[in-house]
Design a protein around this ligand. Structure first.
Ligand code: PMP
Length: 467
């Protein structure tokens, strides 16, 4: 009678799908659309592979939701989680308490992160990491006696999570529609989207246009009113938009010149996804705030983090009497099991996975280059193991497809039937983010299956007609 309770073995697969329809609200999903579609229930995973409850085995080229960067079934992570759960499943960070894994992980992150980011606040994921950063930035400007500096600037196509604050910095219509966003203090400027930029072939022009757009927005709002500029080094959920090299560094210089803080959201790009440990490292950039999640625990337990620059920390620390708390905190901040998982996951990155990711990243580049010749492909882009293919109906004009053709829905179905998982964005972009453990053979197989799906899409009469 002490056996753990489990779903009864006789629960049929169909009844699971029915129960899901009745009770489970899925993230960023149309309620009626999901009822019609039904859930694809996943049952187990191993390395790059997932198996669903029907026994269907698929190659996961998206690492869950760009998070399972170590692959599935890493036993050493299971062991440290179990060990930590047995010894101490929970320790609050309130009232000056703490736990060894949270302290060691904070130290590890401070040592890995760009210079100056010495202070770590742990969250449960990326959304609350961004939300926490926004709250700390607000608190900071009040603390230093500049309470009028409260306006935030972010990029079109940006994604910064689903908290009430972060979803407004996000610039994707689905996250605003029906939620009364963005707020009046949230502003957006054009994305450095080379493929769709009028001077996209000229890196310097793309960089200069973002710099000019920040300057113009700050001039419009007033330099004394703007708190921060917030961006992803590579825009993920907007369709894997890769700015030219040198772009992030130019933004850092611009923020410094204009006296505004820089918040870099590396929830996707962190932990080797683009090659180096952090995308900021590529350009020697150190932001004032850095948000992390996903790869931090590789999806084995929920956790995110906000890294705060020392100068910000010291200003907040000096501003208030020692007895007054900074009123921001979560019950599960620094959860010891998640922190123990994070330490083990980082050990795996440092002991071979980052290197393997760089090697397989070259194979990924090779396939991206090759697939550009496909009749449906307008653009390919990527860095490290993060990349995308953008489909167009006309390579010359770069025109997309009519929404009625539902290219994303069809591709998502075709790739599933071909036993590969990729991310199909509404604007006919296919996103890739395979785990860093991906082998070159598995990368070849991903592209074999995606290419087959593209050929099948091209064979559909209404798609062919749209070209
Ligand atoms: N920021 C970025 C850049 C993200 O990609 C995401 C998630 N895709 C988030 C924030 C939100 O993270 P979470 O879903 O863990 O709340």
């Amino acid at each position: 009678e002490n056996a753990p309770s489990r779903t009864p073995a006789h629960r049929s697969n169909q009844s699971l799908v029915d129960l899901d329809r009745q009770h489970l609200i899925h993230p960023v999903t149309s309620f009626r659309g999901h009822e019609a579609h039904g859930a694809r229930v996943l049952a187990s995973g191993d390395g790059m592979w997932l198996t669903d409850i029907e026994g269907k085995k698929v190659l996961d080229a998206f690492a869950g939701l760009w998070c399972v960067n170590v692959g599935y079934g890493q036993e050493s992570i299971v062991e440290v989680a179990m060990e930590q759960m047995r010894r101490l499943p929970y320790a609050t960070g309130y009232f000056h308490f703490g736990s060894e894994p949270a302290i060691l992980l904070a130290d590890k992150l401070a040592s890995l992160a760009p210079e100056g980011l010495d202070h770590v606040y742990f969250t449960l994921g990326g959304s609350d990491a961004v939300d926490s950063a926004i709250r700390y930035i607000t608190h900071y400007f009040n603390a230093i006696g500049k309470p009028e500096k409260k306006q935030f600037i972010a990029l079109e196509w940006g994604y910064h999570g689903s908290s009430s604050n972060g979803a407004g910095l996000t610039a994707l219509a689905n996250f605003h529609r029906g939620f009364d966003l963005p707020r009046p203090w949230q502003h957006h400027i054009a994305s450095p989207y080379p493929y769709r930029h009028p001077e996209g072939h000229d890196d310097a022009a793309v960089i200069a246009s973002t710099v000019a757009a920040i300057e113009a927005k700050v001039a419009e709002l007033g330099a004394d009113k703007v708190a921060a500029f917030c961006c992803e080094p590579i825009q993920g959920s907007g369709g894997v938009i890769v700015p030219p090299r040198g772009w992030l560094k130019a933004i850092r210089e611009t923020c410094d010149r204009l006296g505004i803080l820089m918040l870099v959201d590396e929830v996707i790009t962190g932990f080797g996804r683009t090659g180096p440990m952090f995308a900021c490292d590529d350009e020697g950039v150190s932001p004032d705030f850095l948000t992390l999640a996903k790869g931090l625990t590789a999806g084995y337990a929920p956790m995110g983090a906000v890294l705060m620059a020392d100068h910000v920390y010291q200003s907040i620390a000096d501003s208030a009497p020692a007895a007054l708390p900074v009123g921001h905190g979560f019950t599960y901040s620094g959860h010891p099991v998640s922190a123990a998982v994070g330490l083990e996951v980082i050990r795996l990155y440092e002991n071979g996975l980052l290197e393997n990711g760089k090697k397989t990243g070259k194979r990924f580049d090779h396939h991206l280059d090759r697939i550009r010749a496909h009749p449906l492909v307008g653009d390919t882009r990527g860095r490290g193991l993060l990349g995308a293919i953008e489909l167009v109906s006309n390579k010359e004009t770069k025109a997309g497809f009519a929404p009625e053709l539902d290219i994303a829905g069809r591709l998502s179905q075709l790739t599933w039937e071909n036993d590969v998982i990729v991310r199909c964005f509404a604007n006919a972009v296919i996103g890739f983010a395979p785990a860093l453990c991906c082998s070159e053979n598995e990368m070849d197989l991903i592209f074999e299956r995606v290419e087959r799906s593209l050929d099948q899409l091209l064979d559909m009469p209404d798609v062919r007609q749209a070209l």
